[in-house]
Write a protein that binds this ligand. Structure first.
Ligand SMILES: C[S@@+](CC[C@H](N)C(=O)[O-])C[C@H]1O[C@@H](n2cnc3c(N)ncnc32)[C@H](O)[C@@H]1O
Length: 654
């Protein structure tokens, strides 16, 4: 009979652990490896013998041996059997690991695998079925159409898991509207599924929402928005329900670029001067379909909308038509008047009758000539007389609304009958062209009146009397958290290099005796004041200003002054906007000293503290009334194309 030696009695090179320490693991026999795992034998059976007994009994089938099977062998207790089963299971898992299989180890892996959902126009519900090593077994589309808890049944999601022998799943769906934040429905579905998770035995690892702007991981959100590995330490799959849910927080993504060109925003076929918007020319008006888009997308009926740089009132008019209340602000009194007239319905018969009266009185009226600087340089003598007569008659109209209506007609005529070439800045016709410039004031007035009566008439059926608009002087007049949506287009830069609203409006302001504000000086960046540099969070701005100052210190000061003022306004907008209220800002990127200023990106940076950046839509500007070229170096003849693109920045109040 073979003597049962103790391990200690064996020569050192035959003792398994010593052998492992001194040689390569490949030289160890199966029983030696098993011996190390068992650690020791029992009285009468040394560990090597015990191992040989096990291998003799099971052979290759050891891989499927259970704790119960093993404990049937003499010398193997429960603890030892468990150790063997666990070690073999671990080995099996790694052996099964197939390098060609896709591993899903975190939310970025899911996003990369499901990027195709970004461009889907309908909601797609996709489930990733994973094995115990988080290897993808199958990516399956469960449904197309609204993802809704009443439509999606847990059975549809879990049943394929059994078919594929999956141990875990990741749920993925897309939001075609671009907002990747989970809706209430999304949260309900997640809650419903996690409730049956225990019963099903299938782990739900994450629920990911994908949109054009990035993605949202509910698991990460439950984990305070921190990135999280889908395996816990010790190689155990994580589950959503372990983190479920102390809160759901809106989140910003840094994954994909949120600035993209969208040709559907070019509105090539739409004329901005259609209907009510053509009542009075105004520089850099917002294409009204942009206002429509922002209002439809980011507000509801009866909400309050603010346009703090309202210009000719595009936003306020569209807001009213869409049954929203509105506030508007503009330093230019002409802008206030145009907006008021657009939004004040008057009976067509009354306007027609008044027009006939005005025309009939012209001959016999003594002109009331306004105080206009250099009037004889800018207007021909006969034009001054005719305009003076119209002014006098209009000023005598009793009905204030009708008076304002005709003031706006007169304002248009003042510009077109002046000696000023068409454009925004005051440039006089050449002497040669002036000879040919002999406008018929009365005929032009009549034509524009008829045109504007029609335009106002067209608004009658759509205007909402219930929905007020208020024009205020300053944002400070608006209470905190009062506004649901801001839709605006600020000046794109200081008035020296972009649109000079003051120059554009000067004749109208003087002739119509409107409030005598110096519009260009009051405009953003127009005043020379001491500007302390605090509360301005934009590295980009400082870089741009530095670069310009290398060429021209004064111009760099102007650029900084503009953003300094704009930043103050942005803070005020954050104050009046409700939490989760949206702000759509339309800007262009002008060039100063041949350096293009990324105004849109600077605004996003300035807003970072108070707003989430949702997206920036880039559009071409086919027919906006603004200077296409300027002379950045002030060298005559050297011009660059300035703003051919416009940026619609969409931000959400935090
Ligand atoms: C780009 S335009 C707005 C055009 C407007 N969205 C429209 O569709 O007619 C900018 C407007 O901002 C006004 N503005 C400039 N500085 C301002 C300020 N500090 N406060 C209020 N309005 C200002 C100008 O008078 C001008 O009417």
């Amino acid at each position: 009979m073979k003597r049962n030696l103790r391990i200690k009695d064996l020569p050192e090179f035959e003792r398994p652990r010593e052998k492992l320490e001194k040689t390569n693991i490949n030289f160890l026999t199966n029983s030696e490896l098993l011996s190390i795992l068992l650690g020791g034998g029992i009285k009468g059976i040394n560990v090597k013998r015990l191992s040989e007994n096990i291998l003799k009994k099971f052979g290759k089938d050891i891989l499927t041996a259970t704790v119960k099977d093993l404990t049937e062998i003499k010398g193997i207790g429960k603890v030892k059997a468990e150790q063997i089963v666990a070690a073999l299971e671990l080995a099996k898992r790694f052996i099964n690991e197939d390098k060609s299989k896709i591993k899903i180890l975190n939310s970025s892996d899911v996003f990369n695998l499901c990027k195709d959902l970004i461009n889907k126009r309908k909601e797609h519900l996709v489930v990733l079925y994973l094995d115990s090593l988080n290897q993808l077994i199958k990516k399956e589309i469960i449904s197309i159409g609204t993802v809704n808890s009443s439509i999606v049944h847990p059975r549809e999601i879990f049943a394929p898991a059994y078919l594929y022998n999956a141990t875990a799943i990741v749920i993925v769906h897309n939001h075609p509207d671009g907002d990747f934040n989970p809706s209430k429905e999304d949260q309900e579905i997640t809650a419903k599924l996690t409730k049956v998770e225990d019963l099903s035995g299938i782990k739900i690892i994450d629920h990911i929402i994908i949109s054009k702007e990035g993605y949202f991981s509910l698991l990460e959100n439950y984990n305070q928005n921190r990135k999280i590995n889908y395996f816990k330490s010790g190689y155990e799959q994580i589950t959503l329900s372990e983190y479920y849910p102390s809160f759901i927080e809106k989140k910003e993504s840094t994954i994909i670029n949120r600035k993209y060109k969208d040709a559907s925003f070019d509105f090539k076929k739409i004329r901005q001067t259609n209907g009510i918007h053509g009542m009075h020319i105004y520089p850099a008006v917002m294409a009204y379909p942009i206002a429509d888009f922002l209002i439809d997308e980011y507000s509801n009926e009866d909400d309050i909308i603010l346009d703090p740089f309202m210009g000719a009132g595009t936003t306020l008019v569209e807001a009213n038509i869409k049954k929203r209340y509105s506030f508007g602000i503009d330093i230019n009194p002409l802008a206030e008047l145009i907006t008021k007239v657009k939004l004040t319905p008057i009976r067509t018969e009354l306007l027609n009758k008044t027009l006939n009266d005005i025309l009939a009185k012209i001959e016999e009226t003594e002109p009331d000539i306004a105080t206009v600087k250099n009037i004889h340089f800018w207007f021909k003598d006969d034009v001054i007389i005719e305009l003076g007569k119209l002014k006098k008659i209009i000023w005598e109209l009793d009905n204030l609304d009708i008076r304002d209506f005709y003031k706006i007609v007169l304002s248009e005529i003042i510009r077109s009958t002046s000696n000023c070439r068409n454009g925004f800045k005051l440039h006089r016709y050449s002497e040669k062209d002036l000879i040919k410039h002999n406008p018929n004031v009365k005929a032009l007035f009549q034509k524009k009146s008829i045109d504007n009566i029609d335009r106002l008439d067209s608004l009658k059926t759509v205007i909402s009397k219930k929905h007020w608009y208020k024009i205020v002087k300053n944002v400070s007049e608006i209470d905190d958290n009062k506004i649901d949506l801001i839709v605006t287009s600020p000046p794109y830069g200081d008035s020296k290099t972009t649109v000079a609203y003051g120059q554009f409006s000067r004749f109208a302001i003087e002739w119509l005796e409107l409030d005598n504000v110096n519009v260009d000086r009051e405009s953003l960046g127009g005043k020379i004041i001491n500007r302390p540099v605090y509360d301005i969070y934009s590295e980009l701005l400082f870089d741009v200003v530095d670069n310009i100052s290398k060429q021209d210190k004064k111009r760099s000061n102007d650029v900084f002054a503009f953003f300094y003022d704009l930043n103050k306004y942005l803070k005020e907008f954050a104050r009046v906007l409700k939490k989760n209220g949206f702000m759509g800002i339309v800007v262009g990127n002008r060039t100063v000293k041949e350096i293009q200023i990324p105004t849109d990106e600077i605004i996003v940076e300035l807003c970072k503290k108070d707003f989430f950046h949702h997206k920036t839509i880039v559009r071409e500007i086919p027919n906006k009334r603004m200077p296409r070229k300027n002379s950045p170096t002030n060298i005559i003849g050297k011009t660059v194309n300035t703003m051919l693109e416009e940026f619609i920045i969409i931000l959400e109040r935090k």
